[in-house]
Design a protein around this ligand. Sequence first.
Ligand SMILES: *Cc1c(COP(=O)(O)O)cnc(C)c1O
Length: 363
Amino acid sequence: MKESIQQLKPYIPEEPISRLKERLGLTHLVRLSANENPYGTSPKVKKAVMEYVEAHDSSQYPDGYSTSLRKAIADFIKVPDESLVIGVGLDEVITLLSRAFLTAGDSIVISTPTFSEYALNGQLEGAKIKGVPCNAMTGATDLDGMVAAIDETTKLVWLCNPNNPTGTYVSVEAIRAFMKRVPRDILVLIDEAYIEFVTSCDRTSALPLLAEFSNIGIMRTFSKAYGLANYRVGYLVIGDDWVNYVQTIRLPYNLNSLSQVAAQVALEDQEFIRYVVTANAVARDSWEVCLNQWGLHYYKSEANFLFVEFNSPEEAKAVADIWLRAGYQVRVGLAPHWLRITIGQAKDCERMQQILGDYLNGR
Ligand SMILES: *Cc1c(COP(=O)(O)O)cnc(C)c1O
C-alpha cells in the first residue's frame, strides 16, 4: 500500500435518503446537509436527457473531449475552448490537480475550515497540509496568513470562494491583491462551486484574473446552483502553462453523454438559475433575521448554506436531532459547536426556524 494513504479516512458520503428514512421511521425527509439544490433541476434537463436516450443506444463511447458542452461553457464564460478541463464533478478536478502537481514533500496552503477534499487529495500525494485558520469572529479568510504560510515547498494554494462551510466571500479586488504576493510558480486554485449565489456585488467571479496572472485556475460545478449533482459535471479554467498536464492524466472518456447533454441544457436555462439565486437570497435573509433575533453566532454567508455556532457540541447535536426527527437533515461534525444548514425552500426554512425558536425558548 502507498504509505501516504495508510492514515487516510475515506470521505463518508451522504446516506441515501430512502435508507435514512427507513432507519429513522420518517415519512418525509428534506436533505439539507449536502448543499444540494432544494429547487431541483431545470425541467428542460429531463426532457433533453429523455430525448437523447430515445435517439441513441449506449454501445459507443461518449465524446471524450465533451466538445459541444465545452464550446457552450467557453462561450458562456468567454474563455478559449482549450483552457477548459471538464471533469466528473469538481471532485475529479481536485484529484487531477493534486495528482498532476503534488509529490511527497510538497505542501499545499488552505484556509480552515474549508472543503475537505483539498487536504484529502494532498495527503494522498504525500503533501503536507498548511491550514490557516479563518477569523473566528467573522469567518473571513486570512489572506495575509495564507501568504505567510507559503514557503519553498508550496505547490498549490486552494481558495474556496464563497468558502464551504463558512459561506464567506472574498472580493475579486482582495484576490487580485493576494495574487500579486504569490510567487508565479505556485498555482492558486479558486473553487467557485457557490459563486452563482453571491448577491452582495455584481462582478463576483475571479475569471477576469486569468488574463492578469498565469498561475491561477478557476473551478466551477453544475452540482449546486444548476441542481445537477447526480450527473457529476464540473470544470476547471486554467492557463496554457498548466492545462495540458491536467488534460493528459484525465481519463479519456470521463463524462458520459447523458452528463454532457444535461450540463449543456442546464447552462442554457439561465432563467432557472436566476429563480434559484433569488429564492435562495430571500430565504437566506429570513434565516439572518431569525439568527440575529436569537443572538446566535453565524458567519455572513454568500452561499446556499449557513454555518451556525451553538453553546456546546451537545447543543449542536441536540438541535440537529430535533430537526432530523421533524424531517430536516443538516450537516454535523464539521466543527464541534457548529451546524451547516443548507438553505431550503421557504416553507421548510419557516418550519425549521419555528422548531429552533421553540427549542431556544425552552432551554
Ligand atoms: C460541493 C462542492 C464541490 C464538489 O462538487 P462536484 O462538482 O459535485 O464534485 C466542490 N467544491 C466545493 C467547495 C463544494 O462544496
